[in-house]
Design a protein around this ligand. Structure first.
Ligand code: PLP
Length: 483
């Protein structure tokens, strides 16, 4: 019979002893000594905590305690090594990972919005090296990072000049701060939007140093409301695209063309935040019409801002296009330096903009447009192909069927439009559906490439609109834990 340990913790091996175990030494060889030592410490702490939780105090020394402590400590070398390996690998894995977005919301802000075209991904990789970001290769002098984007944006929007910042919220902030600091900007009460993530026009206006002058009413604003609001302290007129809601019924708003005439008459610039914005007429993809940046510029709006990663299908960016003199002032604002995008974003955006020079091939090359344009029949066929592999993986614990559903564009674009789509509905056999649904959703999230769906009406729904890699999806289903 072995000697009982003085304290149950003594049965837990020392850090050094564990580090010298063959399997752990091999881990340190491949992952480095520091992360492996940290994992060993954590595994040992875990064992101690387990012993304490089991209530094996000083009073309970003896054979029983020793046996229990030994078992809890996972002293068996292979088991301990496996636990440490799992910790080291979990700590080494990136926390940002690709997921299958089967939520039915194509531009899902929490899931990174637009998936990028292959051309953009290649450009980002190339730009990761040293590049001529702000360096003129002809003269050998300092260059301008906007030079990689400005001509493309001018060509695609018809604007005289352009600049780019980190996102559209930054574009609005910078534009207002440049053109209306300490001055007034009339905005229709029907356009005082709030979008997700605490972006509200009145708040942004305040932070930009501009004074919001609310005009008109929620449902109706007339040209004379703008005209009456113009005074000596007015710096600009502003329109905001009500991207994430719709005012319907007895409504009136003033279009860019009418408003630009009024702005011109008073020598004021007209700003429009398009939100999503796009560079092509989306009706060519069977989608509802969304004002394009080009149409907005042509209507006479002096500065137009829009997002890079919404309907454009590119990286996160805020695009500002418009009159040369105003864009020049915007670029000169010291705040621009704080809001500028990095070289990788610029490379991706330039690659996406180049794709827009060939509108006929856009649907094939820009994933966002391709996914939005995907027809119901094609999606239903994909869902049908996936039904039996899924049913098999779930092993009879749930009913798997194909249903019609409706996708949405997302990110506040066309909030009331729905795109007919098809989904797989997984209905658990269990009586307590709520708990079973949560377990199913968690099992899909735990896959190597997490699958994100939504729970609706006692079923876990996987909208197949955005599922392009069917083989990759099926290949990992074996790892699904049974609900
Ligand atoms: C989405 C949106 C923004 C913010 O754009 P981000 O690129 O997400 O910063 C601003 N205004 C409107 C109208 C929007 O729809």
């Amino acid at each position: 019979m072995s000697q009982a340990p003085a304290s149950p913790h003594q049965s837990v091996p020392s850090v050094d002893r564990v580090l010298n175990m063959a399997g752990v030494a091999a881990l340190a060889e491949s992952h480095g000594r520091q992360p492996v030592t940290a994992a060993v410490r954590a595994a040992i702490d875990e064992s101690r905590a387990a012993i304490d939780a089991a209530g094996i105090g000083d009073a309970a020394r003896g054979e029983m305690a020793e046996e229990l402590a030994t078992a809890l400590a996972g002293l068996e070398e292979t088991a301990l090594t496996a636990r440490i390996a799992a910790r080291v690998e979990a700590a080494a894995a990136p926390s940002l990972k690709p997921v299958f977005n089967l939520t039915g919301t194509v531009l899902h802000t929490n899931l990174g919005r637009a998936p990028l075209p292959a051309e953009a991904i290649a450009a980002m990789t190339a730009a990761a090296a040293s590049v001529n970001l702000e360096y003129d290769l002809k003269s050998g002098r300092r260059g301008d990072r906007d030079s990689h984007l400005e001509d493309l944006l001018a060509e695609l929007t018809g604007a005289e000049a352009a600049t780019v910042v980190n996102n559209n919220a930054a574009a609005v902030l910078l534009t207002l701060n440049t053109l209306a600091n300490r001055k007034e900007v009339p905005v229709s009460r029907g356009e005082l939007i709030e979008i997700g993530g605490a972006f509200r026009i009145p708040d942004i206006m305040k932070r930009a140093g501009a004074k919001l002058v609310e005009i008109g009413t929620t449902n109706r604003t007339h040209l004379k409301d703008y005209a009456e609001a113009i005074g000596p302290r007015t710096a600009a007129l502003m329109k905001v695209h009500t991207s994430n809601y719709a005012v319907q019924g007895f409504t009136k708003s003033v279009g860019g063309k009418e408003l630009s005439a009024l702005a011109r008459e008073h020598g004021l610039p007209l700003i429009e935040d398009l939100g999503s914005g796009t560079l092509v007429d989306l009706t060519r993809f069977g989608l509802p019409h969304e004002p394009t940046a080009g149409e907005t510029v042509a209507a006479g709006v002096d500065v137009v801002t829009f997002s890079g990663d919404k309907l454009l299908g590119g990286p996160q960016a805020g695009l500002i296009v418009g009159r040369r003199d105003l864009i020049r002032r915007i670029k000169k604002n010291p705040m621009k330096r704080a809001l500028r995008p990095g070289k990788v974003s610029i490379a991706a955006l330039a690659a996406v903009l180049r794709l827009y020079r060939d509108p006929d091939r856009l649907a094939a090359r820009v994933p966002t447009l391709r996914l939005l344009a995907r027809g119901e029949a094609e999606i239903a066929a994909a869902a049908e192909r996936l039904r039996s592999p899924l049913a098999e993986a779930l092993g009879g614990g749930a009913e798997v069927s194909v249903i019609a559903c409706q996708s949405q564009i997302g990110s506040g674009s066309q909030p009331i439009e729905r795109l007919p789509s098809a989904a797989i509905a997984i209905t658990p056999a269990a009586k307590k559906k709520g708990a079973a649904l949560n377990r199913i959703a968690a099992a899909f999230r735990a896959l190597p490439v997490p699958v994100i769906g939504r729970v609706h009406d006692d079923a876990f729904i996987l909208d197949c609109r955005c599922l392009e890699d069917e083989a990759g999806f099926v290949a990992q289903l074996g790892g699904l834990s049974q609900p």
